[in-house]
Design a protein around this ligand. Structure first.
Ligand code: HSE
Length: 297
């Protein structure tokens, strides 16, 4: 028997919701697990990840411990379209898939809350793993041994335009430039922007989004690590049909929100951005509403 787990890419923070808010999008990684007599076989990913340090394997081991699965050997086949180290939750797809894979061999792949808590423990924050597990747009609160996640019902039909640079930025490096202490005025701005963004999405108040996506906690510090960040954000800010823009997760991908009916949005934005996004990949994505799926083969 094989277990196939498909996990959506995710875009975290949504501007002011650092380590709190995230959304799942229609871009996926797929992992097929098979228990074998002994050893570890990993195929479909770069050679340097085909060993016991592999994140999916390590999550599988943790998942197996948590759900009481005894296994001698494992084969993992990976494939998918989520770019690596670009701020679209590729590591969360590995962590979630590994845990779900182990739980699936115990017929427990749908124990989503338990899977969330273990995935958060491994990742360190819940904002990517939560939407990868539940789908949609989520907000999460992490306590010592419990994670509370809620889905935000988004009223309008939006598209998410991901501007994905040709270069990578590790989460570790991107977190290392953040200050430990914020001025109170910046903290108040972030709390108010997050509240405005969430309320605007629920109520379909599109006019509130551009301000609601603004951030003072991480983007001003991370922007310097991303070539062209300020200029690109300025172009997006000045486009009247862009409802909001933010740094996706730890970056370097930049995400812009447009309405579904703005069908020429991607072409228009590519023209406006011109050489600023030379060799960048541009993907028009929708919200994934399911989170991971799991099938037996
Ligand atoms: N909230 C995380 C960060 C997401 O911005 O560092 C990336 O792992």
């Amino acid at each position: 028997m094989k277990v196939k787990v498909k996990v959506p890419a995710t875009s975290a923070n949504l501007g002011p919701g650092f380590d709190v808010a995230g959304l799942a999008v229609t871009l996926y990684n797929t992992f097929v697990f098979e228990l074998i007599e002994n050893g570890l076989e990993i195929i479909g990913c770069p050679e340097q990840f085909c060993n016991e340090e592999n994140m999916t394997y390590q999550a599988f081991v943790e998942g197996a411990k948590a759900c009481g699965l005894d296994f001698k050997g494992l084969r993992i086949e990976c494939s998918g379209d989520v770019p690596y180290t670009r701020g679209l939750g590729s590591s969360s797809t590995c962590i979630v898939a590994g845990i779900v894979g182990a739980y699936a061999f115990q017929d427990r792949y749908n124990d989503r809350q338990e899977i969330l808590e273990l995935a958060t423990k491994i990742e360190g924050h819940p904002d990517n793993v939560a939407p990868a597990i539940f789908g949609g747009l989520t907000v999460s609160v992490m306590e010592t041994d419990h994670v509370t996640t809620l889905n935000i019902p988004v009223k309008h039909d939006y598209r998410f335009v991901a501007f994905i640079p040709p270069f990578t930025l590790s989460t570790e490096k991107s977190r290392s430039v953040l200050p430990q202490i914020l001025p109170r005025s910046d903290a108040i701005k972030n709390v108010s922007h997050l509240a405005l963004m969430v309320a605007s999405l629920i109520n379909g108040y599109d006019e509130g989004l551009k301000l609601g996506f603004k951030d003072r906690l991480h983007q001003p510090y991370r922007g310097d690590l991303i070539q062209g960040f300020k200029e690109i954000m300025e172009v997006l800010e000045n486009d009247k049909k862009v409802l909001g823009a933010y740094l996706s997760g730890a970056g370097p991908t930049i995400m812009a929100l447009i309405k579904a009916e703005d069908t020429k949005g991607v072409v228009r934005l590519k023209e406006e951005l011109g050489s600023l996004i030379d060799e960048w990949q541009v993907e028009k994505l929708e919200l994934d509403m399911r989170g991971y799926t799991c099938d037996y083969e």
